[in-house]
Design a protein around this ligand. Structure first.
Ligand SMILES: Cc1ncc(COP(=O)(O)O)c(C=O)c1O
Length: 371
C-alpha cells in the first residue's frame, strides 16, 4: 500500500540522525535542550501527585491555563495548551491550512516548520532573513507578496538555529503586513526568556493580532514534560484545540501539574535558568576565544552559536559535519538542515555541561585552523 502523499516527504530529523550515529565519547553539541536539572518546583509537583491520574479537561487543566495567562498578562480564554509548542503548532497548521495553501517560514529556521506544513498538506515557502539573521520586514513582505496562497506565517525570535532576534519595529511591520492580508502570524518565542542581556520584544508588545507560542521546554528547563502553549485571539485557537483534543486528548496530567509549579515559580526558575545559561556561555566564549581567536558574538537568546564553515567545507557541509563527529568527536548540526540559508554554517549548542562545552570547542578548532 502507498504511504500518504502528505507524509511521504518526511525524513528523520537530521539533528537526531547525526546524534544517533555518534561514536562513544563524542561531545554532544547537537541537541537543543537544557543540560541542567529539572527545577525543584517541578520535581516536587511530580513527587507529590496522588489519587487518580485522570484525563482532566480536553483543553488542559484550568489552573495551568491561568498560570500561563498570568505569566503573559493574558486571559485564560486566550491560552491554548498542548504537548509542547510543537504539538500546538501541529494542531494550528491542521486547523488553518488546506492543500494548496502556503506557510511562510524563516530560512534558516526550525526544521519542524516545513515538516508540519507538509503534514497539513500545505507548502512551506521560505523567506530570507537579514544578513545578520534578524527579522527583516522588507524581505518578509517580498515573500508575502510573491505568495498569494500564504495563509500562515511563522517568525521565530530569538531564532533557532541562529540565536538572532528582532527589533520591535520589524516585528510590528511584519504583524501589520500579515493583518493586512488577513493571514495568521505565529510568533515562536520559546527562547525569549533565555537571554543574558535585555529580553527581546514579544509580538504581544507590538500588536494584538497573531498568536505567540511558548513552552516550558527551554527557559523553564523541562523539555521532557512536553507542555507548551499559544496565546492570542480565542477565535484562532478554537479549531486547533479540537484538533489537539482528538490527537492526544490533553497533555499528560503529571506534566501539566509540574508545568504549573514551574510557571508559578517563574521569577526564581527563570533567574536560575539565566545563571545556568551564563555559566555555559562563559565556558563556551572563553574556550572559543582561546581556540579560534576572536570572541564569539553573544546572541539575542537561546543556547546556540551559529558558526561559519571553513571555506574548504562549503562544497560538502554534511561530509564535514560527519568528519567533525567521527574524527573530531563532536556532534554538531549542519546549517543546511535548517534550510538553504544555513548552508554555510553549523549550529553548535552550548546547552550541555560546561566541561564538555570547553572540550568540544577545543576539539573543533583544528578543523577550522587547518582550512
Ligand atoms: C524554535 C523552536 N520552536 C519550537 C520548538 C519546539 O519546542 P517544544 O515542542 O518542546 O515546546 C523548538 C524545539 O527545539 C524550537 O527550537
Amino acid at each position: 500500500m502507498k504511504q500518504s502523499d502528505r507524509t511521504s516527504q518526511l525524513r528523520p530529523s537530521p539533528i537526531r540522525a547525526i546524534s544517533e550515529g555518534a561514536p562513544p565519547g563524542a561531545v554532544p553539541m547537537g541537541l537543543g535542550e537544557p543540560g541542567w536539572a529539572l527545577p525543584e518546583p517541578a520535581c516536587l509537583a511530580l513527587a507529590q501527585q496522588q489519587g487518580p491520574c485522570a484525563y482532566g479537561p480536553n483543553t488542559g487543566l484550568p489552573e495551568l491555563k491561568e498560570a500561563v495567562a498570568a505569566f503573559h498578562g493574558a486571559k485564560a480564554s486566550q491560552v491554548m495548551l498542548g504537548c509542547g509548542s510543537q504539538g500546538v503548532l501541529y494542531a494550528l497548521f491542521q486547523a488553518w491550512l488546506d492543500p494548496g495553501d502556503a506557510v511562510l517560514v524563516p530560512d534558516p529556521g526550525f526544521l519542524a516548520y516545513p515538516a508540519l506544513a507538509h503534514m497539513a498538506g500545505a507548502e512551506p515557502v521560505s523567506y530570507a532573513l537579514a544578513p545578520d539573521f534578524t527579522l527583516d520586514p522588507v524581505r518578509f513582505r517580498a515573500a508575502l507578496d510573491r505568495t498569494p496562497s500564504a495563509k500562515v506565517a511563522v517568525v521565530n525570535h530569538p531564532g533557532n538555529p541562529t540565536g538572532a532576534g528582532t527589533s520591535a519595529q520589524a516585528l510590528s511591520e511584519v504583524a501589520q503586513a500579515c493583518a493586512a492580508r488577513g493571514i495568521l502570524l505565529l510568533s515562536d518565542e520559546v527562547y525569549r526568556e533565555l537571554c543574558l542581556g535585555e529580553r527581546g520584544p514579544s509580538l504581544r508588545d507590538v500588536s494584538d493580532t497573531g498568536l505567540v507560542l511558548g513552552s516550558v521546554s527551554k527557559a523553564w528547563g523541562a523539555p521532557g514534560l512536553r507542555v507548551g502553549w499559544a496565546i492570542g485571539d480565542p477565535a484562532w485557537l478554537a479549531p486547533a484545540r479540537l484538533v489537539h483534543a482528538y490527537m492526544v486528548t490533553a497533555p499528560a496530567r503529571p506534566a501539566q501539574l509540574a508545568a504549573m509549579a514551574l510557571l508559578e515559580a517563574s521569577p526564581a526558575v527563570l533567574a536560575e535558568a539565566r545563571t545556568h545559561l551564563r555559566v555555559r556561555w562563559e565556558a563556551f566564549a572563553g574556550a572559543f576565544a582561546l581556540a579560534f581567536g576572536p570572541s564569539p558574538r553573544r546572541t539575542a537568546g537561546g543556547f546556540y552559536h551559529w558558526q561559519p564553515l571553513p571555506r574548504t567545507a562549503l562544497a560538502d557541509p554534511m561530509a564535514f559535519c560527519v568528519r567533525l563527529r567521527d574524527q573530531g568527536g563532536v556532534v554538531v548540526v549542519p546549517g543546511m538542515a535548517f534550510g538553504e540559508g544555513g548552508r554555510g554554517h553549523i549550529r553548535l549548542s552550548y546547552a550541555g555541561e560546561p566541561d564538555q562545552i570547553r572540550e568540544g570547542v577545543r576539539r573543533l578548532a583544528p578543523f577550522w585552523n587547518e582550512a
